[in-house]
Design a protein around this ligand. Structure first.
Ligand SMILES: [Zn+2]
Length: 657
């Protein structure tokens, strides 16, 4: 049942109306026996069938057009003009009704349509519902059935329109008479066309692995459910469970791309091993299934990666070139507009023996952040190494929800005499980007790390890591990554030394300005003009564990007992919280609200070591007019309408000035 008023319902109604119009016309034309009057009507085609064959349940008739007997007022035509060949397409219903055969005379009544194809000698007649046989040759021959065309040939040969002799595909890829397939192929398209049972590709295909990455595995996916069941006896701890799936982006010698989804990865750090094993090499794909054909319109981010791999590093083979010799002079044309999603298992990708780096491989090109920020391209993929100065998480758990990173690199920190650029840049890591465990550890540590970002997306000036992006911690131990995996899992294995020597500390930040964007870092200097009384708090915390779960001891009202670490405290620490409104001489007509850190609050209150009781009676007047800064701040919100309003938070950033 179709949705009322929907496209499908309207289309179905239209088809119904067409069917009844055709049967009504047929009924009328049978009862109306005078054929001569029909011929006289304008727009009626009179055709003699020469040859006929069946293709994809349609019947295709090569006909000679006969001109109706001339009337007096019709212009004289030369004899040569009278014989024109046309190709007529009959759909299944019309063909069954008409059963056309060679030497039959057929009338086609309007509305028929004529299609002329460039480079094709005769025109094609379509929409031939109102067709009538007026002379039967009584030739009992039925239409010869032909095999459908190879789609792969059509993809590349559309411009040549079949005039070019189609290559009989790779010699090794020909379908045998018994239905047995040659097992080897170099074209993804031809392998996918020759699909076997249940969408599985029977042939092995030679491809170049352009990228190896992992994607998050949805919890509800059938694979993960299966995994848990079969492993139930020795259930791994939650963090050891497979949460990511290995993927490869491959390309064949003809330039066609495919994404192959492979097995779940038990430990996300294994990704690096697969990258080293496969990326850049010629591999054999086997035992794969077709999941989906995707197009540029719906998967723009995937295609931004394909665009970064285009034009190819070497001339491509051409499906129309029977010798399959790459044509040096031929331009590769625009990047493909489609890509196949395939699925396979661990054994589906295997490097060919002795394979080194393929000449078709295009490795990610490392750029500086300055080059990336000043690039003119709207959407592109970029790869770089940067220092992570600060992180901001949507949820307390890294790896759940978005993470914002503030990055910098030497190109942004050095003296910028011409074309000044920002000192830091924000990057959003969305949930479709897998953070491998070494990256998670680094993000959870307070140290400043250098990380490499591969195939990040630059979209409308914003940096983003999503699907197909890979983040890795840069370490000096990089050369020894091929060590056995058993040693890498021990919990006491410390993180590699961060390599931050290339950047001179302290880092420079931009000062807050009109063009400041959310999620960036700035330095702020200003004068306190107001205090948000609702956010002013002070409370005692345990000086051993930092917990605020304290209880007054029963014996003395001066001592506390920590409920978390069970220690008795003579003098608990005091935490303070305060948000103030500032004005800045550099930013007029702008309201800035800053959440301050403890040290700044204490210095504003002129209190070196404040005890809880003393803070309660602080005087708002005493901090008004006081100067704050320069302090490093994280920009939380920027509202430009109705007036500029910036929400900030002071952060502690080691080594920043
Ligand atoms: Zn405690």
């Amino acid at each position: 049942k179709f949705k009322s008023g929907g496209l499908a319902e309207r289309l179905s109604r239209l088809q119904c109306r067409q069917r009844s119009a055709i049967s009504f016309w047929r009924h009328k034309s049978i009862s109306d026996t005078s054929t001569t009057t029909t011929v006289d009507r304008p727009g009626v085609l009179v055709l003699e069938v020469l040859r006929i064959h069946e293709e994809c349940s349609m019947q295709l008739a090569l006909c000679e057009q006969l001109h109706p007997p001339r009337d007096d007022h019709q212009s004289q035509k030369s004899v040569s003009e009278e014989k024109t060949h046309t190709l007529v397409l009959f759909n299944r219903e019309t063909a069954a009704q008409l059963s056309p055969a060679p030497r039959d005379i057929i009338h086609i009544h309007p509305p028929w349509q004529s299609l002329s194809i460039e480079g094709f000698s005769c025109s094609v007649i379509l929409n031939t519902h109102f067709s009538q046989k007026v002379f039967s040759s009584r030739n009992g021959l039925s239409a010869e059935r032909r095999m459908p065309y190879h789609l792969g040939q059509m993809f590349r040969l559309l411009d040549a329109c079949g005039t070019k002799q189609v290559a009989a595909s790779e010699a090794s890829c020909v379908v045998g008479g018994s239905g047995a397939l040659a097992r080897h192929c170099v074209s993804l398209l031809e392998a996918i066309e020759g699909l076997g049972q249940a969408g599985s590709v029977d042939q092995d295909v030679d491809v170049v692995v352009q990228r190896v990455y992992s994607v998050p595995l949805a919890d509800s996916s059938p694979v993960s459910i299966l995994k848990h069941r079969t492993r139930s006896s020795t259930a791994p701890p939650p963090e050891e469970r497979s949460t990511t799936r290995l993927c490869v982006l491959v390309q064949d010698d003809y330039g066609t791309f495919s994404v192959v989804q492979l097995q779940p990865l038990p430990r996300s750090n294994e990704l690096h091993r697969f990258c080293q094993m496969w990326q850049g090499r010629t591999c054999v794909l086997r035992g794969i299934k077709v999941v989906q054909r995707v197009t540029r319109e719906r998967h723009s981010r995937l295609f931004s990666l394909l665009d970064s791999l285009w034009p190819p590093a070497m001339p491509l083979k051409d499906h129309g070139n029977s010798l399959s010799i790459p044509d040096e002079s031929r331009s590769p044309g625009p990047a493909p507009s489609f890509c196949y999603l395939l699925s396979g298992q661990q054994s589906s990708v295997e490097p060919t023996e002795g394979s080194t780096r393929s000449p078709l491989y295009l490795p990610p090109i490392k750029q500086t952040l300055r080059d990336i920020l000043q690039s003119e391209t709207k959407t592109c993929r970029c790869s770089f190494v940067a220092t992570v100065l600060y992180k901001r998480m949507q949820s307390a758990d890294v790896g759940q929800g978005e993470v914002w990173l503030v990055l910098t690199d030497p190109s942004l920190q050095e003296e910028q005499l011409e074309r000044p650029c920002r000192r830091t840049v924000a990057l959003c890591v969305n949930t479709s980007c897998v953070l491998i465990s070494s990256v998670l550890e680094a993000l959870n540590s307070p140290a400043v790390y250098q990380m490499s970002f591969r195939d990040a997306i630059r979209e409308n000036g914003v940096l983003l890591c999503g699907k197909q992006s890979v983040i890795e911690v840069c370490s000096v131990e990089r050369g020894t990554e091929t060590e056995s995996t058993t040693g890498r899992d021990s919990p006491c294995r410390s993180l590699p030394e961060p390599r931050v020597k290339t950047l001179l500390q302290p880092y420079r930040l931009d000062s807050l300005g009109l063009e400041t964007t959310p999620n960036s870092l700035c330095t702020l200097t200003g004068v306190v003009v107001g205090v948000d009384e609702n956010t002013a708090y002070s409370w005692p915390v345990c000086n051993c564990c930092g917990s605020d779960n304290l209880k007054l001891s029963s014996e003395s009202s001066q001592t506390f007992h920590c409920m978390s670490c069970k220690s008795a405290l003579d003098k608990p620490d005091t935490k303070v919280q305060l948000e103030v409104f500032l004005t800045s001489s550099s930013l007029n007509d702008c309201t800035m609200k800053v959440k301050l850190q403890q040290m700044t609050i204490l210095s504003l209150l002129n209190a070196g070591a404040v005890e809880g009781s003393e803070l309660h009676g602080y005087d708002v007047e005493s901090i008004l007019g006081k100067e704050v800064g320069p302090i490093p701040v994280y920009v939380r919100v920027v509202t430009r309408k109705p007036a500029l309003w910036i929400g900030l938070e002071e952060i502690s950033l080691r080594g920043c000035r």
